[in-house]
Design a protein around this ligand. Structure first.
Ligand code: AMP
Ligand code: MG
Length: 501
């Protein structure tokens, strides 16, 4: 494995360095239990490569690597939290212009009170979900491998005073960059404006090179950068909303400057439709990061980024102009996605907005599984039988008569619109926007429970299946294409999660 260190070298001499050299701490019995062949191909590495397990568990650092952790800050749950940083992530270097980073590889200068480690359950969830998001076509960091460390670490999963030993693990994450909004915020807050400029120029040059050919003056260049980050962020959020993904911890230190889904923690998927859903128990009261709030929160976070970049832009109008692109892009992409999900062309009319409101109200009132609803809708002609399917994918025992008639009316109107408006290939379009499978939390929990007992087969199975989430499946029998089973309703990890990881 041949590593380069472009990012580190560019910033090595920077005064008050915000990247710190640190080696991973060795682990006792490393074992790779998850492997993404497609990421390995991107990197040009083989499972049989020499010293692979040692490298991906932090036990071997070659002379060409310059492992480091990065300093960043962040707004957490609406408040400036000051300096955070890679408390347990260590970047080994770059391969094929992709950063290779070990998460859970031991203490770093930014570990604060943490132990620098990560448990198997959260690592498995990050490993598979990164690859599942990629399968869904949603911008994300990737994951190459999941390794057990062979060491135990202590966690209090429910934060109720019951700490217990758990298996430690390391995910090897891969991304063009792991730079977050928080990298810019900490430099700006500390008034390190030279470094702020240098970092911004680095990101533009390497990840937004199209800005450089626009012939802009300095201020316009940085405003254009803010605009393009806003646009990429909007694109990512529409992806989340489309498939009911709830990140759970949208702090600015968890916002990628490349508009990638990053830092998979207590995430979840909307199952029984509820726009207030959040899987994160730490956020139960405020529900700041609930499903329906994600688009506004992303904008709030972009405002933090704008504040951080302001010393480079120094022009309020340019900033406002740049940020306006977020809403514009979000609305146009999201409404296009909804049209695709339904197979009809939605317009910005009062009638269409009511049609959608009725649908979402019904999904909520009758607790219908969000993704399965759209997938069943994509299967074939919609007629009276469709109501039976809706009942099967609902979590509610009995529908009230108003709910039943509400559905009959909606189905009738939808059927009429399909007849009138749908293109010949509309079912294909719908299927490619409505996944038949997603990485539900209960599936993750099954893989975790098995892995805790040394059975790693589900990791491979889920990784394989989730590569093709839009493929045709037997919706009546395929076990992965079903709603959450009742046994999982109240089991920790299957629907709701704490931040403990
Ligand atoms: P997260 O909520 O996972 O995004 O983490 C927030 C911050 O806490 C980041 O700076 C992490 O690096 C840090 N952190 C989380 N867990 C640990 C740990 N076990 N050891 C050290 N730092 C951690
Ligand atoms: Mg984080």
């Amino acid at each position: 494995m041949k590593f380069e260190n472009q990012f580190f070298q560019t910033f090595e001499d920077t005064k008050k360095n915000f990247l710190t050299r640190v080696n991973p701490t060795a682990v006792s019995r490393p074992k790779i239990i998850g492997w993404s062949e497609s990421v390995a191909r991107d990197l040009g590495i083989l499972r049989t490569d020499e010293k692979l397990t040692e490298i991906l568990s932090g036990n071997y650092v070659s002379s060409e690597m310059k492992p480091y952790s990065a300093r960043y800050g962040g707004h957490q749950f609406g408040h400036w939290a000051g300096q955070l940083g890679d408390g347990r992530a260590i970047t080994l270097g770059e391969i094929n212009h992709l950063e290779v980073q070990l998460k859970g590889a031991g203490l770093t200068p930014y570990s604060r009170q943490g132990d620098g480690r990560a448990v198997l359950r959260s690592s498995l969830r990050e490993f598979i979900c990164s690859e599942a998001m990629h399968g869904l076509g949603i911008p994300t960091t990737r994951a190459l491998s999941l390794a057990l460390t062979g060491d135990q670490i202590i966690r209090d999963i429910l934060y109720n005073g019951n700490p217990a030993p758990e298996r430690g693990a390391i995910v090897t994450r891969v991304s063009p960059s792991f730079i977050r909004f928080g990298h810019f915020e900490i430099l700006s807050t500390n008034q390190q404006f030279d470094e702020l400029k240098k970092l911004t120029d680095y990101v533009i040059e390497n990840f937004y090179p199209e800005i450089l050919v626009l012939n802009l003056n300095e201020k316009q260049k940085y405003a254009e950068f803010l605009k393009q980050v806003a646009v990429r962020t909007a694109q990512m959020i529409t992806g989340w909303m489309s498939v009911g993904f709830v990140h759970g911890v949208m702090n600015t230190d968890n916002m990628s400057i490349l508009g990638l889904t990053i830092d998979y923690g207590p995430y979840g998927w909307v199952e029984e439709f509820d726009s207030d859903f959040t899987p994160n128990t730490t956020d139960f009261h405020q529900r700041r990061y609930r499903y329906s709030a994600q688009p506004q929160i992303a904008l709030w976070n972009l405002n933090c980024l704008a504040n951080a970049l302001f010393p480079l832009i120094e022009d309020k109008d340019l900033v406002v102009e740049a940020l306006n692109h977020y809403q514009k892009r979000y609305e146009s992409v999201y409404s296009d996605l909804l049209s695709k999900k339904l197979g009809i062309q939605l317009e910005r009319t009062e009638q269409d907005s009511q049609f959608l409101t009725r649908l979402f109200d019904l999904l909520h009132a009758t607790q219908v599984d969000y993704n399965l609803f759209f997938r069943h809708l994509s299967q074939d002609r919609i007629d009276g039988h469709f109501f039976e399917e809706i009942k099967n994918i609902s979590y509610k025992k009995d529908f009230e008569s108003t709910e039943q008639s509400g559905w009959y009316d909606w189905i009738e109107e939808y059927g009429a619109r399909i007849k009138l408006q749908a293109r010949p290939d509309y079912l294909q379009t719908m299927k490619s926007s409505n996944p038949s499978i997603i990485f539900r939390n209960y599936l993750a929990q099954q893989a975790i429970d098995a892995a805790e007992k040394d059975d790693y087969s589900l990791i491979e199975k889920y990784l394989e299946e989730l590569k093709e989430p839009f493929k045709d499946r037997d919706l009546n029998h395929d076990p992965m294409a079903q709603k959450r089973p009742a046994w999982a309703d109240d089991k920790p990890g299957c629907s709701i999660l704490s931040c403990s990881s």
